[in-house]
Design a protein around this ligand. Structure first.
Ligand SMILES: [Zn+2]
Length: 125
């Protein structure tokens, strides 16, 4: 009986505290905003680093795709193409984009070696 009234009193005190007009102190609000800011910052950093990694992988795949087309062209004609547009439309689809996904710079083509690279290099790693 005594325990019951003790618990009842505690619950009533908690309810009156919750429903009182006191609200939060400025320090409590600032602490919560700081924590939310840290969480949002971590989320943005991980989003941007994974987006950058995806762009590098896409660039590497583009370069491999172009170099395979160059090899096919060289097998058919015994010479490397003079420029990348010679690969269209027989060796690459007509809408192929010769730009690095990272910064939209055009791939550099070495017609002596038959290789392509972007300003970040071959993204081989
Ligand atoms: Zn690139």
């Amino acid at each position: 009986m005594q325990l019951n009234s003790y618990v009842e009193e505690k619950i009533n005190r908690i309810i009156s505290k919750i429903s009182s007009e006191d609200g939060f102190t400025i320090v409590e609000i600032l602490a919560v905003m700081l924590i939310i800011g840290i969480i949002v910052g971590i989320a943005f950093v991980s989003y941007y680093s994974s987006a950058a990694r995806a762009q590098e992988v896409a660039c590497k795949r583009n370069q491999q795709h172009i170099e395979k087309a160059i090899e096919s062209y060289a097998l058919d004609t015994d010479v490397y193409p003079n420029n990348l547009s010679d690969l269209l439309p027989n060796y690459l689809r007509k809408s192929f984009n010769f730009e690095c996904p990272k910064d939209n710079s055009t791939y550099q083509y070495d017609s002596d070696k038959g290789t392509v690279s972007c300003q970040y290099g071959p993204h081989n790693n």
